[in-house]
Design a protein around this ligand. Structure first.
Ligand SMILES: Cc1cc2nc3c(=O)[nH]c(=O)nc-3n(C[C@H](O)[C@H](O)[C@H](O)COP(=O)(O)OP(=O)(O)OC[C@H]3O[C@@H](n4cnc5c(N)ncnc54)[C@H](O)[C@@H]3O)c2cc1C
Length: 379
């Protein structure tokens, strides 16, 4: 909680960016390149808070490599001129290391960040937005919502979900009780959980409605990454990990000896301790959800500038951005939209956008969304 007098911005600011993760800091950097003044990133925790909350031994799947000077920006970089691979000397950083990279980027680019501000709601009021926060109300001409999804674990409404631990709330796998631990969900976080549990000396059993470890979709947002498949293959030789496909878990029930895991086809397993739910994350747009419409997959519907249709001037950046059925859910994908949002804001306040050409040169300005109609496109 911040104390009175600690807030460093005035009652009215030009652009309020909510969330100091890669999306918020990345779009702030582009606005800085355009010399747009009075831009503030508001963060309820610390810079990179989601990464600080990751399980301690979880690592990035997408490799970091400093190819920037040849126009191949590090996949996990938030800007064309930074590289976690170079600054951390690490190809697959863990969450704490990546948060450190974000702090370095904030300092190097001189981005204004105010930590300790929890934005609870926003409301358009005439030409401006009114923001309600734990530190009082203030107004902004533009709001960019950059709150990610890690703070909103989803159990998909599963009955009995309270009997389990959600992946997004686990910090150390050793802390999960039980010798055999069942993991519901076998996508990236489920496999990461299984590896973490097995390394912590437990037998990990993964139940999934399909078999993501066998899928071969070319979009890594819908498929296990090569890094995860490689990790899985190497640890399964020595560690007790069982993968059970076609087990669609529909409910958890409390029993005298543990938690009963019920599957749609009538099978069930009895777990002596709490299972782990690796069932994904919900929308992080909660406090601004009334200003977006959502498609059948629950994704916010956006204008071509990634703006709310109902509240012009409110933009969304980060992993929930989607267009034409394509998800921008990795950093190397969603960073391609930062310059689109920045250009829209610059255009409205009459700022020259020539500085954005460098984003084009570095594959960080994906404007032509029709390219996503192409079946071969991996964007
Ligand atoms: C286990 C795991 C592994 C992953 N591996 C990869 C990978 O290898 N490569 C990759 O590209 N992506 C990866 N991702 C996805 C990636 O972490 C996210 O896409 C990315 O963090 C999203 O960035 P963001 O800035 O939108 O959100 P976040 O990083 O979640 O940042 C949002 C920030 O907003 C703050 N916030 C939230 N609500 C409020 C509020 N109301 N007021 C103020 N502040 C608020 C939060 O505290 C947080 O600091 C992984 C995700 C997970 C969970």
């Amino acid at each position: 909680m911040i104390r009175e007098g600690e807030v460093r911005f005035s009652n009215h600011i030009r652009v309020a960016i909510v969330g100091a993760g890669p999306a918020g800091l990345g779009v702030a950097r582009v606005l800085r390149d355009l010399a747009i003044p009075d831009v503030w990133v508001l963060e309820r925790g610390r810079i990179g808070q989601s990464f600080l909350n990751w399980p301690a031994d979880t690592r990035f799947l997408t490799p970091s490599f400093p190819g920037n000077v040849f126009g191949l920006t590090d996949l996990n970089a938030i800007s064309y001129d930074s590289s976690p691979g170079w600054s951390l000397r690490c190809e697959h950083p863990d969450g704490a290391a990546y948060a450190q990279y974000l702090e370095q980027a904030q300092a190097a680019f001189g981005i204004n960040v105010q930590c300790g501000i929890d934005v609870r709601s926003i409301r358009p009021e005439g030409e401006v937005f009114e923001l309600e926060t734990n530190a009082g109300a203030f107004t902004a001409d533009f709001v960019i919502w950059a709150c990610g999804q890690f703070g909103t674990p989803s159990d998909g409404g599963m009955p009995g979900a309270e009997l389990a631990h959600h992946y997004g709330r686990v910090r150390r796998w050793e802390e999960i009780p039980g010798g055999v631990v069942y993991v519901v969900g076998g996508y990236e976080s489920g496999i990461d959980a299984a590896i973490g549990l097995a390394r912590a000396g437990k037998d990990a059993v993964v139940l999934d409605s399909g078999a993501p470890w066998l899928d071969s979709d070319k979009d890594p947002s819908r498929n296990l990454s090569p890094y995860t498949l490689q990790r899985l293959e190497s640890v399964r030789k020595d560690l007790p990990i069982t993968l059970i496909p076609n087990a669609d878990v529909i409910a958890l029930e409390n029993e005298a000896d543990g938690v009963r895991i019920l599957v749609g086809d009538g099978r069930s397993w009895l777990s002596d301790g709490p299972p782990v739910l690796a069932t994904g994350f919900g929308s992080g747009t909660g406090p601004v959800s009334e200003w977006f419409d959502y498609d059948a997959d629950g994704l916010p519907m956006l204008t071509p500038q990634d703006e709310s249709g109902a509240a012009p001037g409110l933009f969304l950046v980060g992993p929930e951005v989607s267009h034409n059925g394509h998800l921008f859910c990795f950093i190397y994908k969603f960073r391609q939209r930062f310059a689109v949002v920045a250009r829209a804001i610059a255009g409205r306040i009459g700022v020259d956008t020539t500085a954005l050409e460098i984003y084009n040169d570095n594959n960080m300005l994906l404007e032509d969304l029709t390219c996503c109609d192409d079946d071969k496109c991996l964007c």
